[in-house]
Design a protein around this ligand. Structure first.
Ligand code: NAP
Length: 315
């Protein structure tokens, strides 16, 4: 079991963590990034990226994260593939323990642990996870070639997943609990114009229906939230795209959080209430949640950590 020591310990390797790493490394702080459960973060389970500035042609999310990782490495970041499972916040330097048993000692910590896909919370959804129920169209869409699928949600993710799934499935039904989408207008136009996509409004998924041997989804039961009418829809797969929950389990009762678990930082800052602990990206941003805003706050966190360390060194 190894002990890793650094001035700046960065938890998470999405756009926020990697941008923090690039800035911290260029400030000669030799940061360590603990990559976490999903190296590269949520961008690695997306496909086309059209709104990250600097790329006039469509780029791929995983590719962008590879580039950021290489850039962070080139300027002096060390990556460790581990998942931090506990942190002693009682004194500085802070000591974190990884799933591997390794210890990470940081004079400062940048929390960039991001957010994870949210589930509907119905029992049958869990039962068929991996057998037709998924939260990642780009990961699992391929398995639905020539089949019919449904996507639940009304945000950008749901619309993008529905559009993506038309590459594989013969029919895609988008199910939304209201009568209008919150996805951006350009995506909505593409969705409504697509011949393979149908939208079911004002509806909730009450149950995933399937068979046990071999396990697989055969349909879903929908309930119209306005009329109460029940509708059976035959599908081979259900993609859940209803937003995200911040990954803040580690910081419960230590750092301030809002009612949804997002970390609270000082206004116009990434500073948490603990000295030398900064938070950036989706873990503290429930409003914008874009790769580019995550990168922006990652930059802020590194600059603030640098200032904090300089001030601490001068007593
Ligand atoms: P989101 O914008 O929070 O949308 C979640 C959707 O799921 C909403 O339509 C919501 O319905 C619905 N929903 C939430 N809980 C539900 C439940 N229990 N049952 C049924 N429906 C439920 O989440 P997102 O689409 O994952 O996007 C997250 C962020 O990433 C956003 O800021 C988005 O702009 C960004 N993003 C951007 C891009 C892009 O720019 N290309 C791509 C993907 C994501 P209501 O509308 O009724 O609340």
């Amino acid at each position: 079991m190894a002990e890793h020591r650094t001035k700046v310990l960065i938890l998470g390797s999405g756009p926020a963590g990697l941008t923090a790493a690039i800035y911290a490394a260029r400030a000669n702080l030799a940061p360590i990034v603990v990559a976490g459960m999903q190296p590269g973060g949520q961008m690695t389970i997306t496909t086309d990226v059209e709104n990250y500035p600097g790329f006039p042609d469509v780029i791929q999310g995983p590719w962008l994260m590879e580039q950021m990782t290489k850039q962070a490495e080139h300027v002096g970041t060390r990556f460790v593939h581990d998942l931090v499972t506990s942190i002693d916040f009682t004194k500085r330097p802070y000591v974190a323990t990884g799933d591997s048993g390794d210890t990470f000692i940081g004079d400062s910590i940048i929390v960039a642990t991001g957010a994870s896909a949210r589930w509907l919370g119905i029992p049958t959804e869990k039962q068929f996870q991996g057998f037709g129920v998924s939260a990642c169209a780009t990961c699992d869409g391929f398995f639905f070639r020539g089949k019919e699928v449904a996507v639940v949600g009304g945000g950008n993710t749901a619309v993008e997943e529905a559009l993506y799934l038309t590459n594989h499935a013969t029919k895609v039904t988008l199910i939304h609990r209201r009568d209008s989408l919150r996805a951006e207008k350009m995506l909505q136009q593409r969705l409504f114009a697509h011949p393979k996509i149908t939208v079911v409004w004002d509806s909730a998924v009450d149950e995933v229906v399937g068979k046990t041997a071999p396990p697989g989804v055969t349909g879903i039961k929908l309930r119209n939230v306005k009329t109460g009418a029940i509708q059976d829809l035959t599908v081979d797969g259900l993609f859940v795209a209803i937003g995200h929950t911040p990954n803040t389990e580690l910081f419960k009762n230590v750092l301030d959080m809002d009612e949804n678990g997002y970390l609270i930082t000082a206004p116009d800052s990434t500073a948490t209430k603990l000295d030398g602990v900064f938070a950036c990206g989706d873990v503290q941003d429930h409003v914008y949640r874009q790769a580019v805003t995550a990168a922006g706050t990652g930059c802020m966190a590194a600059l603030e950590a640098d200032r904090f360390l300089a001030a601490a060194a001068h007593g």
